[in-house]
Design a protein around this ligand. Structure first.
Ligand SMILES: NC(=O)c1ccc[n+]([C@@H]2O[C@H](COP(=O)([O-])OP(=O)(O)OC[C@H]3O[C@@H](n4cnc5c(N)ncnc54)[C@H](OP(=O)(O)O)[C@@H]3O)[C@@H](O)[C@H]2O)c1
Length: 190
């Protein structure tokens, strides 16, 4: 059974199933969220699951504190093998700061960034992908876009189960870029 250190930023929300997946493989999973109660509930839900849950209550909009806390976890549990990052746009500096940290402490690791469906809008010009790939050649930078589901007469957003399943597939395939559901036709989004 592997004992890698993995990180799930936003793991106490819709990504709980991703935390469970990593735990079931016996990994040490560092989970970031602000609310301690939500993190404690996750610990209770995963009691008895193999692996170690390392809950970190920190606000990622405070970049320095966020990076300090993740550095502390790396010191305690070792370099990160994979990070899954659902970071809202109110923290524009956090993704790059975490890439910097992974670059120096965890060469060869994977950084999976989740993006909202707006990133699938064909009219939205560019994002950070080219920059990240060039600036951090020793990190496997991957993006997964959370799309929507087209139904016969309408469309809907993804369920948590669909999101976690898609993220797990992206991790297992190491897909450079993946869309869960669809983003086209863009005009049909919910
Ligand atoms: N395309 C789609 O279908 C799509 C895409 C995105 C979302 N959604 C839906 O929308 C719902 C709400 O989305 P959501 O973005 O709130 O996702 P969520 O995953 O349900 O919650 C956000 C996660 O990030 C953490 N978080 C948020 N802000 C943080 C901060 N500043 N610092 C540290 N951690 C932080 C939260 O914990 P704390 O609150 O404890 O900080 C929680 O673990 C989702 O549950 C999902 O159903 C659908």
């Amino acid at each position: 059974m592997s004992k890698d250190h993995v990180l799930v930023v936003g793991g106490s929300g819709m990504l709980k199933g991703v935390v469970k997946y990593f735990m079931e493989q016996g990994n040490i999973v560092t989970v970031v969220g602000r609310n301690r109660k939500k993190l404690q509930m996750l610990e209770q839900e995963l009691q008895g699951t193999p692996g170690v849950l390392n809950s970190v209550a920190v606000d990622y909009t405070n970049t320095d504190e966020f990076i300090q806390e993740i550095s502390r976890s790396i010191t305690q549990y070792g370099p990160i093998r994979t990070s899954v990052n659902w970071i809202h746009s109110n923290a524009p500096h956090a993704p790059k700061a975490l890439m910097d940290l992974q670059h120096t402490t965890s060469p060869g690791s994977t950084y999976l960034r989740l993006l909202g469906s707006a990133y699938g809008n064909p009219e939205k010009k560019s994002n950070d992908r080219d920059f990240m790939k060039k600036a951090y050649p020793n990190i496997n930078y991957c993006e997964t876009i959370l799309g929507f589901v087209l139904e016969s007469q309408s469309s809907r957003w993804l369920t948590h189960q669909e999101i976690c399943q898609g993220v797990i597939e992206a991790i297992e395939s190491q897909a450079d870029r993946k869309i869960i559901g669809t983003v086209s036709p863009w005009s049909k989004r919910p």
